[in-house]
Every structure is written in C-alpha cells, then in structure tokens.
Design a binder for this molecule. Structure first.
Ligand code: BGC
Length: 254
C-alpha cells in the first residue's frame, strides 16, 4: 500500500493507551492494534514513553496523531479533567517530540478525533446537518460537526445539568461505578441530552464510546425529539480520527 494512504493514530485513555496503523481509504486498521496500560500517574513524560513503545513496536516512522482527553490548543492542554494535572503546564510537542523523534505530531481532543472518524468512515448521517457527536466513557466527550466540519474543543460533558456536571450524571463510567442498570441510567442520559437539545438544537445526536455497541439496550429507553444515532466505529474511532488528523492537520482548525 502506498505510504500516503496510511496514517498512525494513538488514543490515550484513562486505562489504556492504544495505537494502530490505519488505512485512510477505508478507516480500517492495518495489522494489530497495540495496547499498553496508561501509566500511573499518567504524566506527559510517562505517556510519551508509552506512545514511543507503541510506534516502535509497529515499526512506523511517519507522522503520528494523538488524542488527549481535554482541550488541546497548539502545544498546550487547557483542561485536564480526567488526566494528570501536570499536562496543563507542559509543552506537549516538546515532550512527545523527545520520545517520538523528528516527525510531525498532531494532537487533538479525543471526542473530536472520534467525531472526525465517524464523519469520514461511519454513519452517513454524521456528516449532514448540525450534529452533536458524543462519546460516553469515563467522561462525556463532545464534538460539534456542521456538515461534517468540526468546531473543535467543545466540552459538553462539563455543562451543568440539574446542578451536576453532565459527565458525573450520565457517562458510562458513572453507570459502572454506581452499578446502574440500563433502566436506571437511561433517564440520566435523557436528562442530559434534553438539555443539549434545548440549548443547541442539533439535527441529530451521534453517540459513540464503548456503550454504543450495546445501543439496543438503551436507545429504546430514550424519548427525545432529536434523532439519536449510534456511532459505527466503536473503539476504533479515536485511533482512526487521530491518524486522519495527522495526515490532514487542517481538519482541526486551532
Ligand atoms: C474531557 C473531554 C474529553 C472527555 C472524554 C472530559 O472529561 O474534559 O475533553 O473529551 O472527557 O474523554
């Protein structure tokens, strides 16, 4: 396969740091996904060393795209709700450049990456209209997509709904930690989505994250005027979006 058709993405999550080579025509992985535990504490140095192990194991020497769970602007993270606070004072290009060597490195928010991947390879409804893409995981990540074009760094997981941050009410992390059934969790998600609907009036919600695989269990429990569409790329989305952004950094206007 021609070099230009390939990209490499790394998704830094709360528990795992995963990377893979991606065929940018199809959005499929080429070869294995490589996964290591995210180091604890997940400082920039430690995570950069893990990223370097992944890239080395894959034998890849081209550009790399990396997702982060926070607001990313240039070489800086501006928020760090679910990652070590030391990221806020770090030049991420410098730290990762020292580990990954002299190659282009593109950083972007994890939900933005997943949203871009869904636009490029997923459900066609993700790329038409004014779409709010959400990832439900440890937190709630969001990407605003207008006709497939990204408005980066939205943080809807931190919007207050009923006096509580949305991600503390309705992420799948909360579902797990409180041991909620789908019947118990769905009204929480509905409350959050209703508030997003009231404020932003999207044409559709597209919902990703691991829990989108089980959408048959919770989608029928939600009652909203706005269509809710499960994402199709599942756990692949972050890596694929990062690989895409690394090849086409203009995707993420700063
Ligand atoms: C962060 C977002 C991130 C989301 C999902 C939130 O806590 O603030 O930037 O996209 O978690 O990881």
């Amino acid at each position: 396969m021609h070099e230009q058709q390939l990209g490499f993405g790394i998704d830094i999550g709360g528990s795992g740091t995963k990377g893979a080579l991606v065929n940018l025509h199809t959005g499929e992985f080429v070869g294995e996904r490589i996964k290591f535990e995210t180091p604890k504490p997940a400082t920039p140095e430690a995570v950069a060393a893990t990223a370097a192990r992944i890239v080395k194991q894959a034998g890849w020497d081209g550009p790399v795209g990396i997702t982060l769970p926070g607001v990313v602007r240039g070489s800086t993270m501006l928020t760090a709700a679910n990652i070590d606070p030391s990221w806020l004072h770090t030049n991420i290009h410098e730290v990762f450049g020292a580990h990954l060597g002299d190659r282009p490195i593109t950083f972007l928010n994890d939900a933005d990456a997943a949203g871009l991947a869904e636009v490029a390879y997923g459900n066609p409804q993700a790329k038409s209209g004014a779409v709010i893409f959400l990832t439900l995981g440890t937190g709630i990540g969001s990407a605003f997509l207008v006709e497939g074009k990204l408005f980066p760094n939205t943080e809807l997981g931190h919007l207050f709904v009923d006096g509580e941050e949305a991600e503390k009410l309705a992420s799948s992390g909360v579902k797990k930690s409180l041991g909620l059934s789908y019947q118990e969790w769905a009204p929480r998600l509905e409350k959050v989505l209703s508030e997003y609907e009231r404020l932003f009036n999207p044409t559709a919600f597209v919902i990703g994250g691991g829990i989108s695989r089980k959408s048959a269990r919770w989608l029928p429990l939600l009652h909203l005027a706005t269509p809710i569409i499960p994402a199709t790329l599942l756990n692949r989305a972050g890596i694929v979006g990062a690989a895409l952004a690394a090849r086409e950094p203009d995707y993420i206007a700063d």
